[in-house]
Design a protein. Structure first.
Length: 440
């Protein structure tokens, strides 16, 4: 890519912020407060530090790898096809889970004005209809996806800033007084779920190839993005708690309720517009990109079965689109937004853990063979400390998720392994057919 066509540091900063800020800050504070109380503010700070450590591993590997950085690529090059296939599968499946989670967030946001969505049947049918609709919209191409993403960015950042700068005048010190005691297990679970707010950190290192002088700028951009987003999150939560007090624990739409406390229905509408616009934009954008990720992995890298890569005459990966939409619908039927959030986290942990392991291995190799170090790349200092901490963070988050979420993760892993061996059988059958046809 020509230097004058690469994204500037400021554009990269906006890209990173956009990738991180999603539905979670609008919907999760109430649930997280019920598990950690005012300690939620500290958990957001710890989550930001954790995201930074993991992000540094991505940044270092992105600067050492040709092509756009991605967990499956690092794993494939370091550990071979089976490991790359599994991480590739989970890369695609993370997109599936995120579409489902954002769709659930959309429906949850509308419950304030459409009580009928509290009915399970209405909720499920609405969710499946929305997924089908955004899949069709995603087929319209990258331009529609970009427009939806731009609108979502404007709405979510604009509404959050309005909430912070207007809501700060309604903070009451007494609302931070709480006599409730929270167990260690409850706080740990809150941290694991709070990490969902930061999961977009990996998007910026993946786009490193499009940046100007990424080896120099990427670490700075990553630090600036994570610090900025953490400050926005902490300010938002402080205003929400300062406005509602302990009653925030009972709200599935804490920001809308907090703003509505002083501005009535207009306040609720403003926050709801920002919420639904944000989550729907993200869902539309992902409904376009996720099938193309699957198609690319199948056609260019053979890290998913060939049938994922089948395309229509106009180039649309119709098989991947159909499979993605069907799985999204099944996930919507499986539970609520608060169930889908940790499910998305556990799927993402596969990528974060594999990237951390690759970085750990490379840091050991760097120590043994310093003469082979690429000094033009962004190299982590401190030896194995950063990747080791990243591995421990992944394990900590994993072991503090609820059992049913861990079971979901295990089932997903089994499906990925089964898919790998099924693909192997299909490939062997195709090769045998080709040999037989040549002999004839």
């Amino acid at each position: 890519m020509a230097e004058n066509h690469k994204i500037s540091p400021f554009s990269a900063f906006l890209l990173g912020v956009d990738g991180m800020v999603g539905s979670a800050i609008f919907l999760l504070p109430g649930s997280l407060y019920s598990k950690a109380g005012n300690g939620l503010i500290g958990l957001l700070l710890l989550s930001g530090v954790s995201a930074l450590l993991l992000g540094l591993c991505y940044a270092s590997l992105a600067s050492q790898t040709k092509g756009n950085g991605a967990a499956w690529l690092y794993t494939y090059k370091e550990f071979g096809r089976f490991a790359g296939f599994e991480v590739g599968f989970f890369t695609w499946f993370q997109g599936v889970a995120t579409i489902s989670t954002e769709t659930a967030a959309f429906l949850t946001s509308l419950k304030l004005f459409m009580p009928a969505l509290s009915n399970k049947l209405v909720y499920n049918l609405s969710g499946m209809a929305i997924i089908a609709l955004i899949a069709v919209i995603g087929l319209l191409g990258d331009k529609v996806s970009s427009i939806a993403d731009n609108i979502a960015t404007f709405l979510k950042i604009g509404v959050l800033l309005i909430f912070i700068f207007v809501g700060i005048w309604f903070i009451r010190r007494i609302n931070f007084v709480s006599t409730t005691h929270y167990s260690v297990g409850s706080v740990n679970n809150a941290f694991s779920n709070a990490f969902y707010m930061y999961m977009g950190f990996a998007f910026l290192p993946v786009a490193a190839a499009q940046m100007r002088n990424p080896r120099k700028n990427l670490p700075k951009e990553l630090l600036a993005v994570i610090i900025s987003v953490t400050l926005i999150y902490i300010a938002t939560v402080v205003v929400a708690i300062g406005t509602l007090g302990p009653s925030i624990a009972h709200s599935s739409l804490p920001l809308a309720v907090a703003f509505g406390k002083h501005f009535g229905n207009i306040g609720k509408i403003i926050i709801t517009i920002g919420t639904v616009g944000s989550v729907l934009g993200v869902a539309i954008s992902l409904s376009y990109s996720t099938p193309y990720v699957a198609s690319s992995l199948a056609n260019e890298h053979r890290l998913l079965p060939r049938f994922f890569g089948k395309k229509s005459k106009d180039g649309s990966p119709y098989v991947a689109i159909i499979i993605t939409a069907v799985l999204c619908m099944l996930l919507i039927l499986s539970g609520s937004y608060l169930f889908l959030v940790p499910c998305t986290i556990i799927i993402s942990l596969v990528q974060y853990f594999s990237t951390s392991i690759v970085m750990f291995k490379k840091q050991l190799a760097r120590k043994k063979h310093p003469e082979k170090v690429d000094h033009n790349a962004f190299n982590l200092r401190g030896g194995i400390i950063v990747p080791l901490l990243s591995i421990l963070i992944c394990l900590y988050i994993l072991f503090n998720l609820k059992l049913k979420v861990i079971i979901f993760g295990i089932i997903s892993l089994i499906c990925g392994i089964a898919l790998y061996f099924i693909d192997g059988i299909i490939e062997k059958h195709i090769k045998n057919k080709q040999i037989e046809s040549k002999q004839e």
